[in-house]
Design a protein around this ligand. Structure first.
Ligand code: ADP
Ligand code: MG
Ligand code: ZN
Length: 600
């Protein structure tokens, strides 16, 4: 057992307790018949007493076969008492036990023991406090996990369904492997890569795989791990992490869940805000401080790129963005084949079907599902994992805390028409870029997605903005047209359309209200514009006018293109994702591609 003050105190208490127990025990042994002193004197006179033991004030009187006990007055002399009484002790054996030494020792112990205990107690407390303090100081050191090169290596082969992302990362790998090549060209080599994607799509895995491919050291730390209760700890951990990595270069520093520290600075009134800001600043300082010779690449991962501080994504920092999407049918098939390795499967397992059924499953979900299936099969004592185990497991994974539903056939149809609605309306809009991709693969909160250009804030024309709103409402218009039904899936579209319409009215002055800033909300407390309730009501009406017109327009387009809508929806149900070329082959080349904007 290790020595500790806690134990010492415990044992001291035990010792004292035993001491008391012992003394009372010995006392109880000594309970002999009491005898008055005068009786004793009498007995001595009569020669009955054979032995007298004197210890302190206590007399133990031994008679023939009995033992008595008597007490004398403290400080008096026994011999004197007997002599005065005329009793001779000549014939009696007299033993004097000097216990006063022991007694005083006990007394001293009794008086100083509490002091000792107090001192020990306080010492213990202080030690504890100091220990805590020491560990607080050691907090400053990063707790980055270093994945050694000797550990089982993860490579790109272990990550499936994210080919675009892998493609982008091969450049990083190449830089770490042959830095000289880039130096010769005077190229600014990649410093920071931001990995963006919903959780479970393999961001962490891909970061490790990048290190594995390049065969370099890999330092991994989660954003939240920089945060402690003390201000300044995060920053010092960042410093430590970068220093350690610099010594081990070539290396990859991986900051997982960077949004925990990389949120936009300023405007926060919450505690812990300063700490985050300092940590973030330190990361920026470290990244800016890289010498061009340094063979370090920082990879950060997040599923909330929207909340990141713009300073993080400036050139020279996390200026490269690698997007990981939810896997589509092909992606899911290859992910399944990776995780199926090493597991026995029955004859009846149809991977094509499994991949089809698992719309909206991330890589992590699929891995989890196969694991659940294996557990289930083991529990049922099967020899191999069967199709029903996988089905059962997929339901379990989907009904889990994520509340993702397995899409029923109706759901998929609804989603297909919704997305087809977006795609076709955008196909008809002269100023909107052609569709990049239509998909009914679930993504974030929406069930499917249609890639259209993001809204820009500079040099937008009113026409273009109206067209964008129309495209956004195309999903709902299709639902209404085909099923005469409305789904909650369109709520995000509606929110975005409304926001854009409000911006047009209140910020861009693009309504009948004229060129006036009426933006009473969405701004920080300081630069808020105060507008009257009457004006606010007018803004609301204008916004409604815009969305109404756009929605009617979208409905009209879809009604006209009903045949194409059915065609596209059916194809989506079959393939789930259509890339730009496939879309064009099916629907036709976009005819009206007006190019009004010059600044694009
Ligand atoms: P993220 O960091 O994006 O949340 P992870 O990298 O932690 O996701 O993924 C968790 C696990 O899910 C991985 O360890 C891996 O087993 C599995 N996984 C996720 N995506 C993929 C993928 N694209 N290919 C293979 N396995 C994957
Ligand atoms: Mg992760
Ligand atoms: Zn939509």
């Amino acid at each position: 057992m290790r020595f500790s003050w806690k134990n010492l105190i415990l044992y001291s208490f035990l010792f004292i307790f035993l001491l008391f127990l012992f003394s009372s025990f010995t006392q109880s042994l000594e309970t002999k018949k009491p005898l008055s002193l005068s009786q004793v004197i009498n007995d001595v006179k009569n020669g009955k007493v054979t032995k007298v033991t004197i210890s302190d004030n206590k007399l133990t009187i031994q008679e023939k076969d009995e033992v008595f006990q008597a007490f004398k007055e403290p400080g008096s002399n026994v011999y004197q008492i007997f002599k005065d009484a005329g009793a001779s002790l000549d014939k009696t054996e007299v033993v004097v036990k000097d216990e006063s030494g022991l007694n005083s020792w006990l007394n001293i112990l009794g008086s100083i023991l509490p002091v000792i205990l107090m001192v020990a107690f306080f010492y213990f407390i202080f030690r504890q406090a100091r220990g805590a303090q020491e560990s607080i100081f050691s907090f400053g050191q990063s707790k980055a996990k270093l994945f050694n090169k000797t550990q089982p290596k993860v490579t790109f082969a272990d990550v499936a369904g994210v080919d675009d992302a892998k493609q982008e990362l091969t450049e990083v790998v190449d830089f770490l492997k042959n830095p000289g090549k880039y130096k010769l060209m005077g190229a600014r080599t990649p410093k920071g890569v931001l990995m963006v994607g919903p959780s479970g799509t393999g961001k962490t895995l891909l970061a490790r795989a990048t290190a594995g491919e390049a065969n370099v050291a890999f330092f991994s730390m989660a954003g939240s791990e920089f945060m402690e209760m003390l201000v300044g700890v995060g920053a010092s951990r960042v410093r430590d992490l970068f220093n350690t990595a610099k010594k081990a270069q070539p290396a990859i520093i991986f900051i997982d869940e960077v949004d925990a520290i990389g949120r936009q600075r300023g405007g926060g009134f919450m505690g812990g805000h300063d700490e985050r800001e300092q940590t973030l600043n330190q990361i920026l300082v470290e990244m800016d401080g890289f010498a061009p010779t340094e063979q370090l690449v920082v990879i950060a991962a997040t599923n909330r790129p929207d909340v990141l501080d713009p300073a993080l994504i400036r050139p020279g920092r996390f200026d490269r963005r690698v997007v990981l999407d939810m896997p589509d049918l092909e992606g899911r098939k290859s992910i399944l084949s990776i995780h199926a390795k090493g597991k026995p499967f029955g004859e009846d397992v149809n991977w094509e079907k499994v991949a089809k059924r698992t719309v909206g499953f991330s890589g992590a979900d699929l891995e989890n599902m196969l694991n659940e299936a294996a557990i289930l099969a083991a529990r049922l004592g099967r020899k191999a994992i069967e199709m029903k185990d996988i089905n059962e497991a997929s339901t379990k994974v989907k009904l889990g805390p994520e509340k993702k539903r397995l899409q029923s056939e109706e759901d998929r149809e609804m989603t297909a028409y919704h997305e087809a609605g977006h795609a076709l309306v955008s196909w008809q809009m002269p100023h909107v870029d052609p569709v990049h991709r239509v998909s009914i693969v679930s993504r974030g909160f929406s069930l499917g997605h249609t890639m259209i250009e993001p809204v820009e804030h500079v040099h937008e024309t009113k026409t273009h903005l109206l067209e964008q709103i129309t495209v956004m409402l195309g999903g709902r218009a299709a639902e209404k047209l085909i099923f005469n039904e409305m789904t909650t899936g369109a709520s995000n579209d509606i929110a975005r359309a409304t926001e854009l319409a409000r911006m047009m009215v209140a910020e861009f002055g693009m309504s009948d209200l004229g060129p006036i800033n009426l933006d009473g909300e969405n701004k920080s407390f300081y630069d808020k514009v105060n507008i009257s309730p009457e004006m606010a009501a007018k803004v609301d009406l204008e916004v409604k006018k815009i969305t109404d017109i756009c929605f009617k327009n979208a409905q009209g387009i879809l009604l006209k293109l009903r045949g194409k809508l059915d065609l596209l929806a059916t194809e989506l149900l079959k393939k789930e994702t259509l890339e730009a070329e496939e879309f064009e082959t099916l629907i036709g080349i976009k005819k009206v591609q007006a190019r009004l904007k010059t600044n694009k």
